[in-house]
Design a protein around this ligand. Structure first.
Ligand code: GBH
Length: 438
């Protein structure tokens, strides 16, 4: 058996990681501008001020995607370009940019898949409490409405949120991503307010006729350090509840797997959050190994290293089998309630360099993608309904708190000159896509 007809091959990016032009055409500051400009927060003091200069170089980047032959391009719309204050006045020039991009994609036969929130919250909303505040959900729905009003006639696929777990955990609980708060378990309202924003945004998108609407979650299969230890297994279960199921169960019509603070979840909220979606986006990079927490730990788990697998350039274990078991687990856990799946991100970073002959020989990335795509094929053969695969990322970009060190792209970016050099993996992916159509 092969992949189903119409299986979508794509690449993904996110606004703050590639666009630059942070003060142009009326864009307002986001939490990531503030965070990156705070000394000590991002490796090397790097910021997204220029990034890949995609705001100006998008025609070249669209041409690269046309060469690659992808069916679809997953990008994100920067809320602070569209609504610089996060509420109120609209900045039409911000929407003009995405209109140019979307038209450029459509001219090349590439389907745009727009993510509405890939972590760049308008700073004024954070100043008012950010995702700890329920009102932010309503502000997000208004932004969704503005984006769909302008682009809904041309964008068929909409993703409300990217990885709400990462915003809650790394942004508000552990403090290593913007906005850098260290609330630990007190950050739980951030989960509910994002999911409420998702549900309200689904409603807004539907009002504009959107027919392919979904949510993208980050999934990290939870492994107990010692499977024979009750305490380690409890820690893995707690991680799974907080980091995986918390963002899936309520969307697919179940309740929350953990208790939220009193007063946060109001009557009717779960009905909004469980509004039907057309697909679930799955971002997978690596599993996580958990051990029982030390006495007095603020968290119910301790994350420990995975040593027995080969590693990417960032030290992340390479475990394609964990993607296969993740897809099986989603299928068996949610059964009939599970909508079609898309792998909306999967990829790896290595310290790729342009060689003396002008090429980038990233054999390790080819092996990574090959093994993970094979896992997807196996899942499909077993009956899991996966409809597409998006490689992260089209090109090297700003890797959040790690700055420009890690390189995730199929295309190498020389940040000094902004020269783009397709890596060997680019040609490999192009051939794979072409072969799958033959
Ligand atoms: C995705 O996040 C993002 O959607 C994308 O923007 C990003 O570029 C890509 O993956 C690659 O990272 O601070 O050492 O504890 C993936 C999930 C969760 C991975 C947070 C890094 C922080 C590790 N990320 N995690 S650490």
């Amino acid at each position: 058996m092969g992949l189903p007809a119409g299986f979508q091959w794509g690449v993904a990016t996110a606004a703050y990681q590639i666009e630059g032009a942070v003060a142009e055409d009326g864009r307002g500051p986001s939490t990531w501008d503030t965070f990156a400009h705070t000394p000590g927060r991002v490796a090397g003091g790097h910021t997204g001020d220029v990034a890949c200069d995609h705001y100006h170089r998008w025609p070249e980047d669209v041409a690269l995607m046309a060469d690659l032959g992808v069916d679809a391009y997953r990008f994100s719309i920067a809320w602070p370009r569209v609504q610089p204050a996060g509420s109120g006045a609209v900045n039409p020039k911000g929407l003009d940019f995405y209109e140019r991009l979307v038209d450029g994609l459509l001219e090349r036969g590439i389907a745009p898949a727009a993510t509405l929130y890939h972590w760049d919250l308008p700073q004024p909303l954070e100043d008012a409490g950010g995702w700890m505040e329920r009102d932010t959900a309503h502000r997000f729905a208004e932004f969704a409405h503005l984006a769909a009003e302008r682009l809904g006639d041309r964008v068929a696929t909409w993703i409300t949120l990217n990885e709400p777990v990462v915003v809650m955990a790394y942004g508000y609980a552990f403090g290593v991503y913007a906005p850098g708060r260290t609330l630990m378990l007190d950050a739980l309202p951030v989960a509910h307010h994002q999911l409420l924003g998702h549900g309200l945004a689904v409603r807004a998108l539907r009002e504009h006729g959107a027919r392919q609407v979904g949510l993208t979650n980050h999934y990290s299969p939870a492994w107990a350090r010692d499977a024979s230890s009750d305490a380690d297994r409890r820690a893995a279960g707690a991680f799974d509840d907080l980091m995986n199921r918390l963002f899936t169960d309520p969307v697919l019509g179940g309740g929350y797997p953990v208790e939220l603070p009193a007063g946060v979840v109001r009557d009717g909220d779960l009905a909004v959050i469980s509004a039907p979606i057309d697909f679930l986006g799955v971002n997978y990079y690596q599993p996580t190994r958990l051990a029982a927490p030390a006495e007095g730990s603020p968290l119910p788990f301790d994350m420990v290293g995975i040593e027995e697998h080969p590693k990417t350039g960032m030290g992340w274990p390479i475990v394609p089998d964990a993607l296969l078991s993740l897809l099986r687990t989603l299928d068996t856990t949610y059964g009939d309630r599970l909508p079609p799946l898309y792998i909306t991100e999967n990829g790896c970073s290595f310290p790729d360099a342009v060689g003396p002959d002008g090429t980038v020989d990233d054999a390790d990335r080819i092996a990574f993608l090959d093994a993970h795509i094979a896992a997807v094929r196996t899942a499909v053969d077993e009956g899991v309904d996966v409809r597409g695969y998006f490689a992260w990322s089209l090109m090297d970009n700003f890797e959040w708190a790690e700055g420009y060190g890690p390189r995730f792209g199929l295309v190498h970016v020389d940040y000094a000159t902004q020269r783009r050099t397709p890596k060997r993996s680019f040609a490999w992916y192009r051939d794979l896509i072409a072969a799958s159509r033959a």
